[in-house]
Design a protein around this ligand. Structure first.
Ligand SMILES: [Zn+2]
Ligand SMILES: [Zn+2]
Length: 418
């Protein structure tokens, strides 16, 4: 079990209210090609009290990536600071959040954050928690790849809880509950809604992504093929995210000649055999593939065909149903992987790679295992009898420094720590 020191909950969230916008699609600004650089409130260069240094992507040489470090300062009042809080540590963090059967991928790059999808309706709070654990206070981009419930079901929670500068989604409306809830959550807010066009480029910290799909318009009942597809690059490395785009959309991307090459491929459509056709995979040519899917899901994802085609090309496959939350850290040259549950890669290679990142915020000696009750805000030792009675949803296991927990508002249990 990997442990994380939770960052303080953001206070003083900036919410821009706009009045009298009745229909959220009136907010729609159509992406019109060329470089899109939406006005952002984030100014990482002037982040107050920052110990944050801005590395030049791709020029960091041979340094271990420092991954989990505390957000500096007491964070007691972030009003007006408008910093994302994310990734003040240098480099890139990609978290494939375990949302069961669905997608949610968080990308933090040099102080800026974006989220691709937010899982199903039951996952919004889980995604929110993961974002808060990494200190994310706002999203520069929220990409809703396509309006299927396993991708946008939790999106309304995220749009309510975090300031979002730009929401990227395909030009495809639905009359589903998930879609309507998302529409309601952004209505009247100052969120720029963009239907991105192929070739649009957006920057995130020292990284950027290019929109590579959808290259065509598809039928109303082909939501998967409408998926917004993007290729994120940082330094020398590329990451490909194509939502649930299926073979037809893949063929169209190939025909359009968009750049598909990537080191890390977030396997489309949860590893369904209707996606990841061989010509497409050949063009991507990744070293790593990540499947977001639920344990024992009804669809049999990832399908055997997909696993075989990946294995045949010696592509290392990581799955959220096996590993829980999966973290990929990069300095722009190398990739380091961690996961919530033990990597038990068939060839053992993953286990080795798992050792690189180290927590640097406090010496290991001052850290200890505790069990937190997030409801009562009590800190327990793991053998305290209250731990056994605790509701699972309130339990959080941490390996932490006591003072940090106090700062988060936790108090020691009188029985086990009194
Ligand atoms: Zn879908
Ligand atoms: Zn899906």
């Amino acid at each position: 079990m990997k442990t994380w020191i939770s960052k303080k909950r953001m206070q003083g969230r900036t919410v821009y209210m706009q009045s009298a916008l009745l229909f959220f699609w009136l907010l729609v600004l159509v992406g019109c090609g060329g470089v899109q650089e939406p006005q952002s409130t984030v100014d990482t260069d002037t982040a107050a009290g920052s110990v944050y240094s801005e590395p030049a992507a791709g020029t960091v040489q041979g340094e271990a990536v420092s991954v989990v470090s505390e957000v500096p300062g007491d964070g007691s009042d972030v009003r007006g600071e408008a910093i994302s809080g994310a990734g003040r540590e240098s480099g890139l963090t990609v978290e494939f959040i375990d949302v069961g059967q669905g997608d949610a991928t968080l990308i933090l790059c040099e102080g800026e954050a974006m989220l691709i999808d937010a899982g199903d309706e039951s996952s919004g709070t889980n995604v929110q928690n993961e974002m808060e654990k990494l200190g994310v206070r706002e999203l520069k981009y929220f990409v809703c790849t396509h309006p299927d419930a396993d991708h946008i079901g939790g999106a309304d929670v995220i749009a309510y809880k975090f300031p979002v500068t730009s929401l990227l989604m395909p030009e495809l409306e639905r009359d589903t509950k998930a879609y309507e809830q998302l529409a309601a959550s952004i209505s009247g807010r100052n969120i720029q809604v963009i239907h991105p066009a192929v070739g649009d480029i957006y920057t995130l910290g020292g990284g950027s992504f290019t929109v590579i799909g959808p290259v065509e318009q598809y039928g109303e009942d082909e939501a998967n093929n409408w998926s917004v597809c993007l290729r994120f690059t940082y330094g020398e490395l590329g990451f490909l995210f194509c939502g649930d785009a299926e073979e037809e959309a893949e063929e169209d991307m190939l025909a359009a000649g968009v750049e598909l090459g990537a080191d890390v491929y977030h396997v489309s459509h949860h590893g369904s055999s209707s996606s990841t056709s061989e010509p497409f995979l050949r063009a991507v040519e990744p070293s790593y593939a990540v499947v977001s899917c639920g344990r024992d899901n009804d669809y049999g994802h990832p399908h055997e065909e997909t696993k075989e085609i990946l294995a045949a090309r010696q592509i290392q496959l990581y799955r959220t149903d096996e590993l829980g939350n999966i973290f990929c850290y990069s300095d722009g040259k190398t990739l380091n992987w961690e996961s919530e549950y033990d990597f038990a890669g068939e060839n053992g290679a993953a286990a080795e790679e798992n050792s690189a990142p180290e927590e640097t915020a406090a010496p290991e000696s001052s850290r200890q295992d505790y069990v937190l009750n997030t409801n009562t805000k009590k800190i327990h030792l793991p053998d305290c009898e209250s731990v056994g009675k605790m509701k699972k949803k309130n339990r959080r296991d941490v390996h932490a420094v006591l003072e940090e927990l106090f700062k988060e508002g936790y108090d020691p249990c009188k029985n086990c720590m009194g």
